[in-house]
Design a binder for this molecule. Sequence first.
Ligand code: SF4
Length: 688
Amino acid sequence: RAAGRAETATTTTTCGYCGVGCALDVHTDNAGVVSVTPTHGAPVNRGHACVKGRFAHGFLRSGDRLTQPLIRSAGRGSPLRPATWEEALTLVAAELTRIRDAHGGQAIGMICSARATNEENYLAQKFARTMLRTNNIDNCSRLCHAPTAAGLGASFGFAGGTNSFDDLDRADCILLVGANPTEAHPVVGSRIMARVTAGARLLVVDPRRTALAEVADVHLRGRPGSNVAVFNGLARVLLEEGYADRAYLEARTTGLAELEAVLHDHNPERVGEIAGIPADSVRAAARLFGRAAHPVIVYGLGVTEHLHGTDGVRTLANLALLRGTVGTPDGCGVLPLRGQNNVQGASDMGALPDVLPGYQKVAEAAVRERFSHAWGVPVPERPGLRIPAMFGAALTGDLRALYVIGEDLLTSDPDAGHVRAALAACEFVISQDIFLSRTAEAADVVFPAAAFLEKDGTFVNFERRFQRVRAAVAPPPGVRSDFDILHALITAMGGDPGFPDPAGAMSECARLTPVFGGISHGRLDAEGSLQWPCPDRGHPGTPTLYLEGFATVDRRAALAARPYLPPGETPDAEYPFVLVTGRRLAHYNTGSMTRRTPNAELLPAETLDLAPGDAAALGLSEGDPVEIRSRRGHLVLPARPTAEVAPGQLFTAFHFPEAPTNELTSRHTDEITDCPEYKVTAVALRRA
Ligand code: SF4
């Protein structure tokens, strides 16, 4: 609570940090936010919230908020200067129109934001497809959970988690993979800890000894990049030792023979060699998972951000299918922990190059026809470019303009040097953000945007749950929401947005998207939340997917037969360490919001975490500067010796622009989705 202030109003909204989607009561007075408390009785967080949702709101009134559009009056090389909204909108409308008309819509790319609301993402993809005439639209799920959408979609049908957070309450065995929810999704982390305290078994697959790994029954501490081998090893034991539900597999899945053929090469001994873990630990974990009545799988970016991330998701999904825990009333299913507040929703809204809202495929003529008819403009037939391909096209001159909403590409995307070159190669770059990020500094036009506590709309959380976002405070004078900026830009380019406000956007989206057909702001205000699919106004939503069959052509789930393949980089004599990047408790992603709050006192700077033995071998003590060098770049961080990190491995986060971790990371991406391999970078160390 801000000292000496008393609230005069309370607004219930949804947290704008991680993908758990906690409901928050925001208490305000005339000067702004006084305090934030978790909403009692909310279905997701049940009166809990973490250090980010509760306390990290002071950035709203930070003195360095962007409050005016910025433009370069004399082109590249000239400084950014304040401009009126009319001046900036006119310039952007003219430049995008010029480039589209001269070079076609394929010459323009748009990157949407998982921080923005569903309605803003819906409007952005409509803007790209109808005004820019391109499917070159993507969002930052490309950098995190694109393999979840592809993998769960291919295995089960829908690009989302199968069950609800509440199902954790009946889980008697939790398989937690590649996730540290205690820090990145704290409300989930504490719910898992509560289950363990109540007697549930916990199995952790993670190279780091996280807080939950400390209390696990089995911790499979495999080498980064060995997930597929570990999941195949677990699957083999489940099948060999009679823990698989053969009747379920026969009735509801395909691909068992092919899977068994691949598992022939994945006995626990071989898996142990690949992953660097004891074969008996693989057997012990499989037996606990196999004997459980209600096992649940919870996973994070340690599964997806790999060269074979989609294979990782699919071979992990195999384990749930082998136990018959997906699409059954008492099954607990598979829960992917989405990183950002609305990363599920940004993809659900069609801010992707190959699908329209609700994952309706651009390649299908009937789908294009329906949207083209509704929008009065033909939807482009050719699927668009993903984010990494946009950078490549910029460097070849095929992409000339890039419009970036709410993402600091130069801090969050891998191989920052490559991104820098791609931005420099574009003729025209637009950045829409709340602060002057490194990417905004490189742009030709910067639009000042509102933050989540200043906006109206909806988010979708990690369990497919739509919840309302309500403006608790007005944005600073001169600042507009992403919705209002896009709305004005469409008008400036001579188009018709089709609706006046976010509620209208949701109504149009629901009319055109069968799985969201019953979702509206009115229903959400009355009922609190709805989990998709929700096809009509009388439908109660779907907490558990696939009770009546999988959403595949043959109504069966597809087991995946995928062998282990090595990561893109492996340590060698020149680069002998493996760097893993991730998140920390006090901060969020590029830190643009949390670093401008008292959370900065909890973690004022980044460190390089390394095993105590490795630190001793290099003569490093706590705080000593250490230079980390990869094939792409280098940076210096203070050493933090800790047993959380295994020998030969390193860990750091990407919350601080002054410690630009992504100068080091590689351009290796998941073969199916182009998600970067943030979890495996070969590096060398020396005392700086
Ligand atoms: Fe916000 Fe996630 Fe923390 Fe909940 S757990 S308060 S959604 S950051």
